[in-house]
Design a protein around this ligand. Structure first.
Ligand code: B16
Ligand code: MG
Length: 211
């Protein structure tokens, strides 16, 4: 039985991926590095510094650690500019209903996100008080596909991994959930044939699995 659902944030609760894409595009353009949707897809669920490393694989010059930090900071400033526009209307389809229904049925809900901007995002979309536990990029040292963020969420919920269902839009996140011995449901076209236990067209389909 499933006693808790741990939601990824970007790409599952809210579609901030477009904002990440725009911010990384600006950085790449300024630095003269090739960047496109395909490369952006590799950044899903991956931490900020690891994302930068993936982008810099196509750079012709080498960057010092100091320069990398500056680029990551600049990207985050661009990204945070976009977050100002975020509002409850940006919740992905079915999210509000799903959270409400899980609560009514005494299923615990948590966030497990790589993003250090999780507190800001949750406030902007009006969900900062909704979850029983939040584990995010500020709490962890190893990002997805390491299970750390999901295991921390489970610990904070006081539910064993085997009784948790993770909902993810990123391959790294699906792998993290599997590594943490959790049940995992994938959303989003690109994960249609991943190793996830379930595939969902939209988040509300998880209610059929859990209730
Ligand atoms: P930040 P998730 C992830 O969030 C994003 O999918 C990924 O693209 C981003 O690089 C990462 O958060 C770090 O975000 O720069 O805000 O700390 O999908 O795990 O909720
Ligand atoms: Mg995601």
């Amino acid at each position: 039985t499933i006693k808790a659902v741990i939601f990824d944030l970007d790409g599952v609760i809210v579609s901030t991926d477009q904002y990440h894409f725009e911010a990384w595009s600006k950085i790449s353009e300024e630095e003269g590095i090739l960047f496109n949707e395909t490369i952006n897809h590799q950044l899903r669920g991956v931490s900020r510094m690891e994302s930068l490393d993936i982008i810099l694989q196509r750079a012709t010059k080498t960057y010092s650690d100091e320069e990398k930090l500056q680029l990551a900071e600049k990207k985050n400033e661009y990204y945070r500019q976009s977050l100002h526009h975020l509002s409850p209307s940006d919740l992905l389809p079915g999210v509000e209903y799903t959270l409400k229904t899980l609560k009514q049925n005494n299923i615990k809900i948590a966030i497990g996100s790589s993003s250090k901007n999780t507190p800001t995002i949750l406030k902007q979309i009006g969900l900062d008080k909704e979850f029983d536990a939040i584990a995010d990029g500020n709490d962890i040292t190893r990002s997805k596909p390491d299970p750390e963020v999901f295991l921390l969420a489970a610990t904070r919920l006081d539910i064993v991994p085997e009784e948790c269902l993770v909902v993810e839009d990123a391959l790294a996140g699906v792998e993290a959930a599997i590594a943490g011995k959790m049940n995992v449901a994938a959303v989003g076209e690109t994960l249609r044939s991943s190793d996830a236990d379930y595939y969902l067209e939209s988040v509300d389909e998880l209610l059929e699995l859990v209730l």
